[in-house]
Design a protein around this ligand. Structure first.
Ligand SMILES: [Fe+2]
Length: 283
């Protein structure tokens, strides 16, 4: 028996097949974590900080599509780099407008996995908008059981002349970079952790912060190949590139990681997950 398809049925078949193939490819891509290794040139960087290595991780979104194995793989790749210092930039768990603490429990395997991170100069963490869309108090509680310093509009000076400041989320915070840096020595090289790169809107004119580290954008997560366009990236136009290093001023750069997990759909297109391995360099 021969089945004859109408023109409309053919078109429908082609569309559904294309979506299935694209979705499959996007799912596979969402599991192929990349390591983004970059030198960060900073004019006037003290000799003793030249070569300092920072591991940047963000956007785990545990409890939805990111598995424990995905997170353990990212941690293993990060630890292999023997970073001097580690930064965790929020969205540990997947949130919803229900603000339910159940989402923290559902994704709590992320906190178990983060126990495996090691760095001699410490691990520093801020919260993201998704953490606020669960129970931020419980997220902080889970983080506080790790060897992690939570920076909630706070800064800390290290003995080597580096200072790490961190702000609460730009959307859900408040984010207060001035409070976070006010106790830091003016001679310190300040690195600011902010889940959302739009913290730079608050930093205009502030030349003390030398490097901003952010996630949040997921690089768009789904980008149209060849034209490199993403339908939705929830931040200022300046930060809608896939990821990487952005020069803000002569003295300040921003690095944005695409993150470890996915949000809304378990798919990444032309935008694989990543962790950042940054080396500070005297420019
Ligand atoms: Fe995120």
């Amino acid at each position: 028996m021969t089945i004859r398809l109408t023109r409309r049925a053919w078109i429908r078949t082609i569309i559904y097949s294309s979506l299935a193939i694209t979705g499959g490819a996007g799912y596979i891509s969402s599991k192929r974590l990349e390591k983004v290794s970059l030198d960060i040139p900073l004019p006037g960087l003290p000799e003793r900080l030249d070569g300092l290595k920072i591991l940047v991780m963000a956007d785990f979104h545990a409890g939805a599509f990111t598995t424990r194995e995905d997170i353990l793989q990212a941690i293993s790749i990060g630890n292999e780099e023997s970073p001097d210092l580690i930064t965790l930039l929020g969205d540990y768990v997947d949130g919803a407008y229900s603000h339910s603490r159940k989402n923290v429990e559902k994704g709590s395997y992320v906190f178990d996995a983060l126990h495996k991170l090691r760095a001699p100069l410490g691990i520093y963490a801020v919260l993201g908008n998704h953490d606020h869309w669960t129970d931020p108090g419980l997220v902080r509680n889970k983080l506080s059981r790790l060897p992690v310093v939570i920076l909630n509009n706070q800064g800390i000076s290290l003995e080597n002349g580096l200072a790490v400041a961190g702000v609460d989320d730009f959307w859900e915070g408040p984010s207060d970079p001035f409070k976070a840096t006010r106790n830091l020595s003016p001679e310190s090289v300040i690195i600011m952790l902010s889940h959302n790169p739009d913290v730079n809107l608050q930093l205009k004119g502030d030349e003390r912060v030398r490097l901003v580290l952010s996630g949040h954008t997921h690089g768009g997560q789904i980008r149209i190949p060849f034209i490199n366009w993403a339908p939705w990236i929830p931040c200022s136009p300046k930060y809608r590139a896939p990821s990487g290093l952005i020069r803000e001023t002569k003295r300040r750069c921003t690095f944005i990681t695409k993150g470890v997990g996915t949000f809304f759909v378990p798919v990444r297109l032309a935008c694989p997950p990543d962790i950042g391995i940054l080396r500070l360099r005297k420019a």
